[in-house]
Design a protein around this ligand. Sequence first.
Ligand code: TXA
Ligand code: MG
Length: 331
Amino acid sequence: METKILQPNLETYTLAKSLLEQGKIVAFPTETVYGLGADATNPTAVEKIFLAKGRPNDNPLIVHLGDKRNIQKYVLRITPLEQKIIDAFMPGPISLVLPKNSLIPDCVTAKGPTVAIRIPENQVARDLINFCKKPICAPSANTSKRPSPTIAQHVFQDMNGKIPLIIDGGQTDVGIESTVVKVEKDQVFILRPGKIDKTLLENTLHCPVHENTKVGKIAQSPGMKYTHYKPNCDMILVKTDPIVTIPTLYQEYTKQGKNVIIFCKEEDLPYFSSFHAVSLGKDSKEASHNLFKMLREYEDHDLILAQFVDNGKMVEGLFNRMSRACSGHIV
Ligand code: TXA
Ligand code: MG
């Protein structure tokens, strides 16, 4: 199958609509990462997503809608606190887990009784969904375990020959996936951290917000148990004493003949000037924007030594992605 990369315009949306109606997959940008979209009401189309990604079928998909007024069409109920989350944060980089109704097929939710709903803010995503007039289920557009794509070319790397169309909306803004939240007994549980964080949720909703916590006895987002975001090389995340630790590790591994690259905080670049080092960004928000793209760009090295960028917003979301990208190898 030929995989086309096309600019977002009326002709592209017309093609995308026809492909989705035929049960095919279309990749598109959102403000977080690129998604691999299918008509959420067509089980055969949904199966193709799992196949294209090599995704375990016990990991549910997020359903993307164009307008928050359409949410109630697909869920059994919305509590006042859930409505408050919808009103305050949608459209935006958040997915809210709600009890699904029968319009959402079981394969979308991995047979579970809930569905994660998201209203993207990105204009291309909104135009596509509104043009197609369908709920679009979409995981991140990477092969399972790989870093999520933040540019169309990275979708192409993973999906070339597997899907007919990638809509190119340039580099995504946020860079890490949406915050996944669930409400239980008037408390909010963050199942996956993202740009909308605990502080913002608490300040807006004025209720308890729990991070990385089980909801009752149920595990967090099923996706959290899998290896994820791994570049094709080793990676070590350096949290402790990076100015000393990174040069020490760099020299040790270089002596072993390894081709090492350092990812660091912009202001610390001068400390690593005699080594091969690049800036992840000036703060954790910028580092989140850059991380997945850089993991793919520098994975032709043997080892990435990444300094944890711990200043600014999105620290939790960034730590979650970086610690998983290095498979927990943190010093
Ligand atoms: O920003 C995003 O959320 C991107 C863009 C494309 O919208 N999508 C995305 O999808 O990251 P995916 O499939 O890569 O990650 C979805 C996460 C997984 O960890 C999954 O387990 C969790 O959301 N999830 C989906 N439905 C759920 C549900 N009903 N209950 C709990 N967790 C759920
Ligand atoms: Mg993903």
